[in-house]
Design a protein around this ligand. Structure first.
Ligand code: TYD
Ligand code: MG
Length: 445
């Protein structure tokens, strides 16, 4: 079939062979009377208290932000999937991590199915420093799965990178490299060998702009950790998030900047983003949380008359559907309609915000852009900050970590913060935002 009868997509079906063992040896399920005779003996169960655990130290990658997102470094023998769109910096990040591990005396291996050894060397030259011996990392440019597995068994590295899982090819299975069946087979075989040889593996996977990938997503259940590297290629800032983590929290996020000599961790992210914030109509600072860390970012909106039907709704860094919701609530409950105008919303710096706490900042930015009036009191120098979720009835809902958001804003001198504790509804928040009287009820500090 050329078209999937399930989702309607074309050319997505992959071949999967049923192996002989599955058919014969374990086929007791529907076997009727004969099945009982061949059934295996009951497995021995152990109370959790008596299960022996070995406390193996984690492998630190030397990249603080990466270690934090992983939950404190790479767990030996674990399988990590690193997803992201092409050009985002997955190879750079993994090259650097391997270089740091090599400098720390760990055995590493870099398998590339995408680039030649020469290309990898050119990149490594840029990344080489005293702490990162990127040029010491053994590389192999190979796309044949059997060859990769054999190399892995022979070298038994502590950590291995496969860049990317879509380029490896299992010869005995049909289908092009990168097809669902191939990707699943490649990952499963690598996992088998990796667990047996206790090799930690980072599988790199390409994700398309829409987030769909004929590959890596099917691996999410298999791997221990799923990391997503996001941002925009043309921008300098990138965020690394854990979508799944068997050894840590999925709330952590790391912020990086792409420079000419590789990725640099951004530890003072708020300062970078707020330093550039303007006090113009359509601008507001969002006091957001990136995992357990507060992060201030500027949200900008532009409302512009349009001839287009329907008018444009363009977002960058927030969810389109959240904007639709915010616009609907602004229209219904606050009398601010953008019906026939184009609305653009942008989170400055290329950061992606994925939390409901962004709603209020978006609403204020759009309202300010629509009115052409800056938020905050007359003569105020610094921008207004905000956070809170907008409910469908126009109420504002509190979001987690209000204290930490407020103190982060205060750290940068932003004392004009509009949030649900001070303004329980959107109309109240708007009044506070445009009242121009510093020290109003909705203001913190
Ligand atoms: P890359 O890691 O190859 O992306 P991916 O593996 O995710 O496809 O790098 C992406 C871009 O980063 C590439 O266009 C060049 C740029 N870059 C820098 O700006 N500085 C650097 O030090 C390196 C190594 C790459
Ligand atoms: Mg790459």
């Amino acid at each position: 079939m050329g078209q999937c009868p399930g989702c309607g997509a074309w050319s997505t079906l992959g071949e999967e062979r049923v192996s002989a063992i599955a058919a014969g040896g374990r086929g007791g399920k529907g076997g009727g009377a004969g099945a009982a005779a061949g059934r295996a003996a009951a497995a021995r169960v152990v109370p959790l208290r008596d299960v022996l655990t070995a406390r193996v130290p984690r492998l630190t990658t030397g990249i603080g932000e990466l270690d934090r997102v992983l939950g404190g470094g790479i767990v030996p023998g674990s399988l990590v999937l690193l997803g992201g769109s092409p050009g985002i910096g997955k190879s750079t990040l993994t090259n650097m991590a391997m270089g740091h591990l090599a400098a720390a005396g760990r055995a590493t291996l870099y398998v590339s199915g995408e680039e030649s050894a020469q290309q990898i060397r050119l990149r490594a030259e840029r990344l080489e420093s005293s702490a990162c011996r990127a040029l010491d990392v053994p590389v192999v440019a190979e796309t044949d799965l059997e060859a990769v597995l054999a190399t892995m068994e022979a070298l038994k590295p502590d950590v291995m990178v496969v860049d990317s899982v879509q380029t490896l090819h299992a010869a005995e299975l049909g289908g092009a490299p990168g097809s669902v069946g191939q990707v699943r087979e490649v990952a499963a075989r690598i996992m088998q060998v990796a667990k047996a040889a206790s090799v930690a593996v980072i599988l790199v996977g390409h994700v398309t702009k829409e987030g769909s990938l004929a590959g890596p997503r099917v691996l999410e259940h298999l791997v221990d950790c799923v990391l997503q590297f996001e941002g925009e290629r043309e921008r300098t800032y990138r965020t690394l998030r854990a979508l799944k983590n068997r050894f840590g929290s999925t709330n952590e996020a790391g912020v990086f900047e792409m420079r000419s000599d590789g990725l640099v961790e951004v530890l003072d992210a708020s300062a970078r983003f707020v330093g550039e914030a303007t006090r113009k109509p359509g601008s507001v600072v969002l006091a957001s949380m990136e995992g357990t860390r507060p992060l201030l970012v500027e949200v900008q909106a532009l409302v512009s008359p349009s001839e287009l039907v329907p008018p444009r709704r363009v977002v960058n860094g927030i969810d389109r559907n959240r904007l639709a919701l915010v616009l609907a609530v602004l229209g219904r409950h606050a009398g601010i309609g953008c019906g026939t105008a184009d609305v653009f919303v942008n989170v400055v710096g290329g950061v992606r915000i994925d939390e409901p706490g962004a709603d209020l900042a978006v609403a204020l930015a759009v309202a300010s852009a629509q009115k052409g009036i800056p938020l905050g009191g007359e003569g105020a120098q610094l921008p207004v900050a905000a956070f809170g979720e907008v409910g469908l009835t126009g109420e504002l809902r509190s979001v987690g970590h209000a204290e930490r958001r407020l103190s982060e804003a205060a750290k940068f001198g932003l004392h004009d913060v509009i949030h649900p504790a001070g303004a329980p509804t959107l109309p109240q928040a708007l009044r506070a935002g445009f009242a121009g009287a510093p020290g109003g009820a909705a203001r913190a500090a």
